[in-house]
Design a protein around this ligand. Structure first.
Ligand code: ADP
Ligand code: MG
Length: 402
């Protein structure tokens, strides 16, 4: 086991494509770090550089005590698990797991013992004599994991290992990977484009965009204190509602104007984020998490903390109800939101006008809201997020955060 220290890591492919730019990460011994970001942001490239499968253009990678830039993959003592878990079809499961150990000419008894132990951990004991073709997708993925675990490497490197599985299996395997990693305590770098997977698996999550690290921290910290618009919009499902608002200072009462509606900024919030005062008379990007809105018919309406609209779409999820409603406010169009729109396959020309925005509120299942109904939405204004429209950075005070 070992820490992995990545310093100033960069990759420029021979065709000139810059895939990774000045990546810095200190991954602790035994830590589960998830690298997440939209397709094409450089996750695989970064992981392959750690594994030694891709040459390093800039910077250094240290595993344990040694810089491994020039160390061939087989000598780095790391095990990689890929999305496509190429198993040897003609070998049974025992032999598939044992393969790497046989190559290393380990004693027969030790191979037997190690494979049995891994099979027990992965609940594959009954399948050891079967061929991969006779196993389910989930079982095959566990065999691929087994091949990595059995080597007892210093680190696991996993590249979207669950993306070929169906949704239900993915959730099961996710829990299993988390448990195994905890039990074995092996430093793990796990790559995914799925933010839910990232949030549920990682001790810490590193969010990348176009080759550049945006933020790294524990999942809850990323969720509660996204450093910029990209992280704010990428983490969470449904995502944070983002809209443009004008901040006004009426004799010391700070208000947000969203079209013809207003929200009052609570004193406490201004106290925590004094930098907001500097935006009086200017526009800010306002972020509201869906769960920070509720049907006012349930929680009551507080003056200065409500919005009114019409329910456009009501989605009952069982545990909560997602209510979509339009607001006559300006949408946010920045490089970050375009990148987010691209990621979900949305046509960003749709949000390019100023025809208003559609917000999503996560209401209690006790709501009786129906589509087409006039609604009053209670907003937890203490929990609002703010970003600078010019650079997309969170408006917060540096003393109070990091
Ligand atoms: N062998 C290569 N040659 C040139 N460009 C590449 C190569 N492999 C990947 N890229 C480019 O590098 C960028 C990052 O790719 P990748 O690391 O695969 O991203 P991710 O795993 O996050 O989807 C993308 O723009 C991709 O097209
Ligand atoms: Mg990839």
């Amino acid at each position: 086991m070992a820490e992995i220290v990545i310093d100033g890591l960069g990759k420029v492919y021979t065709d000139g494509t810059r895939a990774v730019n000045d990546l810095r990460l200190d991954i602790q011994d035994g830590e589960f770090l998830v690298l997440v970001g939209p397709s094409g942001c450089g996750k695989t490239t970064a992981l392959r550089m750690i594994a030694g499968l891709e040459s390093i253009s800039e910077g250094t990678i240290r595993i344990g005590n040694s810089v491994v830039n020039d160390v061939p993959p087989r000598d780095r003592d790391v095990a990689m698990v890929f999305q496509s878990y190429a198993l040897y079809p003609h070998l049974n499961i025992f032999e598939n797991i044992a393969f790497g150990l046989r190559l290393r000419k380990l004693p027969k008894a030790e191979i037997e013992e190690r494979v049995r132990e891994v099979a027990r951990i992965l609940e594959l004991e009954e399948h050891l004599q079967r061929k991969p073709g006779n196993l389910s997708g989930g079982q095959r993925q566990r065999v691929a994991m087994g091949r990595a675990i059995v080597r007892r490497p210093r680190a696991f490197l996993m590249d979207e290992p669950l993306s070929n599985l169906d949704a239900k299996l993915r959730v099961q395997m996710r829990a299993q990977i988390a448990r195994i990693q905890r039990d074995l305590g092996v430093t793990t770098v796990y790559v995914t484009h799925d933010q839910t997977e990232a949030m549920t698996l990682g001790d810490r999550v590193a969010v990348m965009k176009r080759g550049v690290l945006q933020q790294v921290g524990p999942p809850q910290e990323l969720y509660d204190h996204p450093r910029n618009l990209f992280v704010a919009g990428f983490v969470g499902s449904p995502g944070m509602n983002l809209l443009t608002a004008s901040l006004t200072d009426d004799d010391g009462h700070f208000r947000l104007r969203l079209g013809d509606q207003t929200l009052d900024l609570p004193e406490g919030l201004l106290h925590r984020r004094p930098a907001l005062r500097g935006y009086a008379g200017a526009k800010v990007v306002l972020g509201i998490r869906p769960e920070d809105m509720e049907d006012a018919a349930i929680v009551g309406a507080t003056e200065g903390a409500t919005l009114t609209s019409v329910a456009d779409l009501v989605e009952a999820m069982g545990s909560d109800v997602l209510v979509h409603f339009p607001l006559d406010a300006d949408p946010v169009v920045t490089e970050d939101t375009r990148e987010l729109a691209r990621d979900v396959g949305a046509d960003d020309t749709l949000s390019a006008g100023s025809e208003g925005v559609v917000l999503v509120g996560r209401f209690s299942p006790r709501t009786h809201v129906f589509e087409g109904q006039d609604i009053t939405i209670a907003v937890d204004t203490e929990r609002l997020h703010f970003f600078d429209p010019a650079n997309g950075k969170a408006i917060h005070d540096h003393e109070s955060q990091e």
